[in-house]
Design a protein around this ligand. Structure first.
Ligand code: BG6
Length: 296
């Protein structure tokens, strides 16, 4: 662990040079370098607050227990801020484990924990339920795995949503396509939350994009850049994926989004369980997440 106070982070590196950085605040992965450490795979805003005062603009914020603005009233999450409290709580570093195999493919796994006791007073009041989260991030030579385990430690069942809000770094938004969503229904949050079906296998981003693809049959959503595979995002026990790019005006309007034209170098492909609610009974546990393969 390096750094002080709200800026404390865990840095891990493989013998072959690949590395990862995880801020304890939000257990937010802020850097993932592959290709011997030469290629940064995540976009991080130049104006991101990395001091533990507000959610990080970039990297991989963890969204739990609600995605987006919570239901206005009548739901256990109704008093929570947009995207819940996980991305703005300080997690505990639980340690690392490493493994090595004969094919020179070592990996390092970092574990982070969050429970009711470690929440801010405000969050504890807003979501008065007993839970335990373990978030594991595993770095391998050309991949990153991120998995969340949720345990219901209370006396009643609860509802949750979960999502990994990954900001992928790309060279040029006009040269990419998101693939592996064809045949899927999506809610278009830019177009009044109307329902559509993705017909083209290639989703090109040519303007503000904010879509919730739900109940996806395929396991893998990919980002292709310049006709070549760049990232494969493989869902594990989750069926939904959000695609987001704020484009020109929204990027400018966000105080922590910098530079203004940074929207050209990022695309969010966010796996999760956000269509409706997952119900977790007393004493039960749930696990889900993703494996991301970088082709660079
Ligand atoms: C996306 C949502 O996941 O996150 C968008 O679909 C939202 O609607 C975006 O604008 C960013 O959210 P925030 O809270 O980090 O500004």
């Amino acid at each position: 662990v390096v750094g002080e106070g709200g800026s404390q982070k865990v840095v891990a590196k493989l013998p072959s040079g690949e590395s990862i950085e995880v801020l304890l605040f939000g257990a937010t992965v802020t850097s993932w370098k592959s290709n011997g450490g030469q290629t940064e795979n995540l976009w991080l805003s130049d104006a991101a607050d990395l001091t533990g005062k507000k959610p990080v603009r970039g990297g991989i914020p963890v969204v739990f227990p609600v995605f987006g603005p919570p239901p206005k009233s009548g739901h256990a999450t109704s008093s929570l801020p947009q995207h819940g409290f996980a991305r703005s709580s300080r997690w505990e570093y639980m340690g690392k484990s490493t493994s090595e195999d004969a094919l020179d493919s070592s990996s390092v796994k970092l574990d982070f924990g969050l429970d009711r006791q470690s929440l801010s007073e405000e969050a504890r009041k807003a979501w008065p339920l007993d839970f335990g989260l373990v978030y594991s991030v595993t770095l391998s030579k050309d991949s990153l795995q991120a998995a969340l385990t949720i345990q219901n430690e209370g006396e009643e069942s609860f509802d949750f949503q979960f999502l990994l809000h990954t900001y992928f770094r790309i060279q040029d938004i006009s040269k990419i396509a998101v693939t592996g969503l064809s045949g899927t229904e999506y809610i278009d949050k830019v177009l009044d939350a109307s329902l559509h079906t993705q017909s083209d296998n290639q989703l090109k981003i040519t303007g503000e994009t904010d879509r919730v693809y739900k109940d996806i049959k395929q396991d893998t959503t990919s980002i292709v850049e310049d006709g070549k595979p760049r990232f494969d995002v493989i869902r594990n026990n989750v069926k939904d994926t959000v695609t987001w790019n704020p484009w020109i005006e929204k990027a400018k309007a966000m105080g922590d989004f910098s530079p203004d034209d940074g929207y050209k170098n990022m695309v969010c492909v966010e796996i999760g369980a956000v269509d409706g609610w997952q119900k977790l009974d007393k004493g039960e546990a749930w696990e889900g997440g993703m494996l991301v393969k970088s082709h660079l």
